[in-house]
Design a protein around this ligand. Structure first.
Ligand code: NAP
Length: 348
């Protein structure tokens, strides 16, 4: 069985990662590509600057890119989106209205009450929100994955919910691929750290996390009461967002109990053995100088979150480091896992 899929924003950093990850996918086959009017009408190889170390598949290289804003209704039913957020709201909405299932990376719909903000290991039950989208009069649906830091952060926090998560502080060290292509000018980022990321990055971390960790009650998400304070930085790393995290907990688990909670954490993707599911979604590294983006971001195809350096915090209770691949676990891989879950749940 093959399910044809389209990619909105196919020429971008996330769009390219979709193409690479779907090249050998057992269920999904890319047959349609959409981007801006700058790319429309061109073969993909002429429209995009391929930036990944894996080769661009020949059949994708030859596909003609469509103009996304005029293409609602012409693409396959299932469409992944890596559109720039300045246009994602309007275009994804038009596609959903026309009957497409949009599995999106963009921020535009994430916090809407009727839109699942999904990490399948953490809140697969939030897919039930899709039913409420009937009220919009759409023939299709929109589901979203979180901001690329939030995926890493919420996954690292999810196994700690059992200990009573109260407050958390995160300082991020985010890769340049998180800014898309061409992204941050080399003059600004080489040998430097930039203590600001536009697009409301800190606010996204402080709100999306609570929705994801929240509980589904009477068909709506009740946000988790955790209080989050986020500070973000861009660092000269290719791929992999790192978070230096502190947490306070209601209970007093010892470090061994926290590490066991991370290493033993499994979710629906593992139970269903979904094609993109990492066998162990969170791995605790015992070496004192890990995780590191250059060594650990690609673990298990870039779908595993690695944590390390768990130690007592003199201000909150514990502190640790978490890392994930921003364009795979934090973007394209996350969206593909969402679609795999939807397929197995009969929602495509
Ligand atoms: P990017 O490299 O700048 O790519 C943006 C894409 O949007 C390109 O395909 C571009 O097409 C298309 N686009 C821009 N303006 C358009 C328009 N007017 N009409 C139609 N298409 C248009 O950005 P990115 O890093 O891939 O990010 C894409 C989305 O995913 C963003 O919303 C971002 O916030 C989110 N995201 C990114 C990451 C990450 O790590 N990079 C992680 C999670 C989420 P053209 O080439 O034709 O201009």
């Amino acid at each position: 069985m093959t399910i044809e899929v389209g990619i909105l924003g196919a020429t971008g950093m996330v769009g390219q990662q979709f193409i690479a990850l779907l090249a050998k996918h057992p269920w999904f086959k890319v047959t349609w590509l959409g981007a801006s009017e700058r790319s429309a009408g061109k073969a993909f190889r002429d429209a995009a600057a391929w930036r990944l170390p894996t080769p661009l598949p020949d059949e994708i290289a030859a596909l003609t890119v469509e103009q996304a804003s005029e293409a609602a209704g012409t693409a396959p039913k299932l469409v992944f989106s890596g559109l720039d957020s300045s246009v994602a709201g309007e275009i994804e909405g038009a596609f959903a209205k026309a009957g497409h299932i949009i599995v999106s990376n963009s921020r535009n719909y994430r916090m809407d009450a009727d839109v699942p903000l999904l990490i399948p290991e953490v809140n697969a039950d939030h897919l039930a929100l899709l039913k409420a989208q009937e009220a919009r009069g759409w023939k299709g649906r929109i589901i979203t994955n979180p901001n690329c830091v939030v995926v890493v952060y919420a996954m690292a926090l999810a196994p700690l919910r059992q200990f009573g998560l109260k407050t958390s502080i995160i300082t991020t060290l985010q890769a340049i691929s998180g800014a898309g292509y061409p992204g941050v000018p080399s003059w600004d980022i080489l040998a430097n750290v930039i203590p600001f990321i536009g697009g409301g990055e800190e606010e996204k971390i402080e709100t999306e996390t609570n929705k994801i960790l929240g509980a589904l009650k009477n068909g709506a998400v009740e946000n988790h009461p955790l209080t989050v304070s986020a500070a973000v930085t861009r660092v000269p790393v290719h791929n992999g967002h790192t978070g230096s995290i502190a947490v306070s907990l209601e209970q007093r688990p010892d470090a061994a109990a926290i590490i066991a909670a991370w290493n033993g954490f499994r979710g629906k993707p593992q139970a269903l053995d979904l094609p993109s599911a990492p066998k162990q979604p969170i791995v605790y590294l015992t070496e004192p100088n890990r995780p590191q983006p250059a060594l650990d971001a690609n673990r298990d195809g870039g779908m595993t979150v690695t944590v390390g350096r768990l130690r007592r915090c003199p201000v909150l209770d514990y502190k640790f480091v978490a890392l994930g691949h921003n364009t795979i676990r934090g973007a394209a891989g996350a969206a593909i896992l969402n679609a795999e879950l939807m397929h197995r749940e009969g929602l495509l």
